[in-house]
Design a protein around this ligand. Sequence first.
Ligand SMILES: *Cc1c(COP(=O)(O)O)cnc(C)c1O
Length: 387
Amino acid sequence: MQTTAPSSSPFISFAPPSIGFGDVDAVVAVLQSGWLTTGPRVREFEAAFAEYVGARHAMAVSSCTAALHLSLLAAGIGPGDEVVTTPLTFCATVNAIIHAGATPVLADVDRHTMNLSPDAAAAAITPRTAALLPVHFAGRPVDVHAFRALASRHHLLVIEDAAHAVGASVDAVRVGVTADSSCFSFHATKNLTTGEGGMVTTDRSEWADRIRVSALHGMSRDGWTRYAREGTPHYDVVSAGYKYNMTDLQAALGLSQLTRFEALQARREVIWQRYDEGLASLPLLRPAAPEAGTVHARHLYTVLVDPALCGWRRDDLAQALRERGIGTSIHFRALHLHPYYATYGCAPGMFPHAEHISACTLSLPLSSDMPLDAVDRVVDALHALLG
Ligand SMILES: *Cc1c(COP(=O)(O)O)cnc(C)c1O
């Protein structure tokens, strides 16, 4: 990698995690506690997260991918069922559908919101459709009312990929109670991190029970319940479950992050506004304003680099930024353009909006700890290159 950034201007990473002293202390306390794996900190994190989003149940797991897989299984979705989702997402969304034994069916996004279009989703429904799986892309809530209405009209379930959407809301209702089940990611680049980790929230008690058991080998009791002073060493295996549990090390970090989450989000908002103002005069398409009544989680600041408008190809602009010490990322190469999904009938040309975004999108550096002078460096570099 070539970098011409002078030593006085360090490389601006795309999305480093925000780790404070309190986060470090919380993890160290678990290390010193004598209990590292699933235990009291996980239970506390689940309760705090459920309260935060306003859901009846929250189940901490090892990733959002696991959360999606377990939600689909809890919903009884499997072979013969189709699940409608977006091509503009991370491969985990579609892979989880495949892991459940079901068939992913893609439908195009709205060009403006970049979220799964309710109309395109409606057109993709067949007699085999069992669920809709919208993704709150970049932190922008999907049209949850439209998906609810569509689901009830066709007797479908809605499972949402909320990997980008901790902190998002619609009409003062937090994402997390906006579907039959919501799946969050605490991967290192997400707004709230546990290093790796995920959470399912749901108001359905039956799903919550199934997910708890399936997340830990299909055992009727977790380790903490068995080893605690008042515990019993006995348990029943009631299904061939998975090893998808979260550890207390991760949960301690999550709890600590959750206590200062509003401040982390407020910082993202400030950085977002700085980009919006700084880039306003450039021939880049900036993210659309959030829909009325919604709160955008400000996960990814994506611009469209359209060669017809700005004279740059996206990958060349990303390389020029890298040479100026600025890291970027791409969210996402549309899934129907990856070779594997041809197995599911996907081919280039099928989803023109997702394909256009896929070709032009560039995610600029954004993290809660990013200093404003770093934002200004990105803005200045883009002005120098495009101005
Ligand atoms: C990050 C991400 C996931 C996967 O999250 P993990 O916690 O890494 O499994 C799923 N969907 C989307 C849209 C993501 O960005």
